[in-house]
Design a protein around this ligand. Sequence first.
Ligand code: DX5
Ligand code: ZN
Length: 218
Amino acid sequence: MIKIAPSILAADFSKLGEEVLEVERAGADWIHIDVMDGRFVPNITMGPIVVDAIRPLTKLPFDVHLMIEDPDRYIEDFAKAGADWITVHVEAAPHLHRTIQLIRSFGVKPGVVLNPHTPIESIQHILEDIDMVLFMTVNPGFGGQKFIHSVIPKVEQLAKIIKDKNLSIEIQIDGGINEETIVLCAKAGATVFVAGSAIFGEEDRSLALQSIKRAGEE
Ligand code: DX5
Ligand code: ZN
């Protein structure tokens, strides 16, 4: 069973609560929350107060994707605001092991994110300590970009390592996911799929979400 995590970055922020409830009714498995600091990536989005504000609305797991420099400074705030998962970029966390331990110390599941060009060798020594690897299939910073196909071999490579070592790690894909690209990623071994514009950009979110999910399960 695959999981779909709609990214609220593509939602209408003037009615964010309703948007979260709508994708929950549509069958979302997780809610993906994109946090950008204007430094690690060229865009600024939302902080812990937004997570805190929508937390009472749903029981769905909150998957907080930190695209920020020095993530350790904010992990406690996001944990207390109600994050169930926190993912940090390997490119932004030089003391990755410490960062992962910090996330776990708050009872939150840790994951590591790789930019499209970052090799999986960068995380080979931390695989035993994490619960998820997130592969960016666009350059982080904005929704609605084109899927980068050259990431697929990395996904296959990691899926094989996870299988060989018998590890329990989710493989998440973020960027340009739609009915077509999800098929390629699911075949490569991915288990969780972020989708922003392909869900919130559609009039009928339920139809959009369900057809993406069905495509990924085939
Ligand atoms: C990009 C974000 C993504 C983004 C995905 O930096 O991490 O989560 O919202 O949006 P789509 O699905 O439109 O590519
Ligand atoms: Zn994201």
